[in-house]
Design a binder for this molecule. Sequence first.
Ligand code: GLC
Length: 395
Amino acid sequence: MDLEANARALLLKNRRRRGEHQYTVPSPGTYPYQWLWDSCFHAIALSHFDPEAAKEEIRSLFAAQLPNGMVPHMIFWEKHLLLPYFLIWHNQSTSSITQPPMLAYALWEMHRKHPDMAFLKEVYAPLMRFYRYIIEKRDPWKNHLASIINPDESGEDNSPRFDTLMGVKSGVSFLRHMYERWRLVEANHHDHFNEANCMRQNFWVNDVPFNVILLCNLQALGRIASLMEDAEGERFAADNETLIRRAMREHMFEDGVFWSVDGKDNRKFKVATWAHFVPLFANLYTKKEADEVMERHFRNEKTFRSPYGIRSVSREEPSYGSNKFWRGPIWLAPQWFIYKGLRSYGYTEDADFIRDTFSKCVHQSSFREFFNPETGEGRGARNFTWGTLALDMND
Ligand code: GLC
């Protein structure tokens, strides 16, 4: 199987057109809409062979931007009655929450490969508005950490990092968890999705991956602002990056790793997940700290390292299950984040391990949503696009 050729073919197969808009669905059967961070992954993969399609993917995201600057995590270009998500969100055409802010990173990667100043100028204003929304509305009391108001905003809907706050047990079933998240959407809807109220009353987490991703994106935003000769935009990106870096160290770092915290009182949610490794992506660990994380956690077969990559949750956690949604299996976007981090620190052999296991999963089980870390068996959605990030793992 030629992984890269199949990845290109899948991105083409999952491409949809709606009027003047074009986007890619993560999985035709299970996820037949547009999703925010998925589309950023698609744009990164597409930038390797179809830069025009990558631009369309970003344009359709901004076409759905809300007046306050938020880019919603789901866009319902078409309504599927079998999956009536739009009823859940009290909204006709989009959801009412966001997802990890990967837009600036994707745009910078696209520009690096195929420079196009006209396109950057076209998207610059909505891009800035999105990051201003994240910095201002998701940190109303200036704690210098960006907050999420629903587990789905982390991109890891069912992660045990949120169990305490969600009031569920570590063995919670998929359906029960979904019900609790639906109740949360109802509560946030009751608060008119006013961010500060939702945080105070319903759900308020400063999540490690979300903030790490924000840091890398502020770096990319700064570079784009500099190309746009927008000194104020550059300062906005640089100042906030410094403040978030400092706040993450102050409030999240303990026992050699970063932990997601409760927004109300900075209480750490000490659940061992792949969030131990994502800080490598933003260079948050010193080299000495990173060496220790690699030795204690990354190369530890009892906890994270499996024959098919890095488990999403440590095998020693009570919530761990090799087939449980976001509670153990291998997801390929997290592997990609980890791979990028390992490369930037120079852990070449470990990065090769990730690249090899990534392709082993897809070779054995095709483009599935997630993989059993012990057997490599594919689970969840079929024709799922995250495996196309293989196109971006050749450096
Ligand atoms: C699942 C994932 C989320 C992703 C979506 C579409 O809900 O948890 O991260 O964006 O599927 O692929």
